[in-house]
Design a protein around this ligand. Structure first.
Ligand code: FES
Ligand code: FES
Length: 180
């Protein structure tokens, strides 16, 4: 039994302790926003926050995550109101979207430490791969998100594409793995 806090809720996984955190989140906790890309630490699609640090969940076992605080894209903001999410949409830095959750988790961890990152800072902190090639837009989005987070800019409050007002207000479903 491996215990940790995921998106603010205690959770215990009845799984092999060597299970990668990625698979525990996706298969047991049904948090499928965290994506599987390479499984080898190269692409960043599986990025989550572990105690506030952006880490690749395919490279961490649940034993290594024991007792730690995990945040996935589902826990970052329920209604996609996080400045990085808003800026990614506003700068059209979302194409197919497969890499987007990992990028957002890496970017939000960066902005928590550095509210005004340079282009070089963004490239160093977000090595995520994007097969759609959104890199220039990604840099603009993260710089813009920093300005929004620092209240030097606002982004239109228009609803994010693909999410209804009702969905935004809906409670996040309980994790499917019960605590004992
Ligand atoms: S799936 Fe984890 S880095 Fe690619
Ligand atoms: S937006 Fe398609 S992989 Fe990045």
């Amino acid at each position: 039994m491996t215990s940790m806090t995921v998106n603010g809720r205690p959770i215990r996984f009845r799984m092999d302790p060597d299970t990668p955190l990625l698979w525990a989140l996706r298969d047991a906790a049904n948090l499928t926003g965290t994506k599987y890309g390479c499984g080898e630490g190269d692409c960043g699609a599986c990025m989550v926050h572990v105690d506030g640090e952006a880490l690749r969940s395919c490279l961490i076992t649940i034993a290594e995550a024991e007792g730690r605080f995990i945040t996935t894209i589902e826990g970052l903001s329920r209604d996609r109101s996080n400045p990085v999410q808003q800026a990614m949409v506003a700068e059209q830095a979302v194409q197919c979207g497969f890499c987007t959750p990992g990028i957002i988790m890496a970017a939000s961890a960066l902005l928590a430490k550095n509210g005004a990152p340079s282009e070089a800072d963004v490239k160093a902190a977000i090595p995520n791969l994007c097969r759609c090639g959104v890199y220039p837009r990604l840099v603009r989005a993260v710089e813009r998100a920093g300005r929004v987070a620092n209240r030097r800019e606002t982004i239109s409050a228009a609803p994010a594409p693909g999410i209804s007002t009702q969905d935004a207000a809906r409670e996040v479903p309980a994790l499917s793995v019960p605590e004992e």
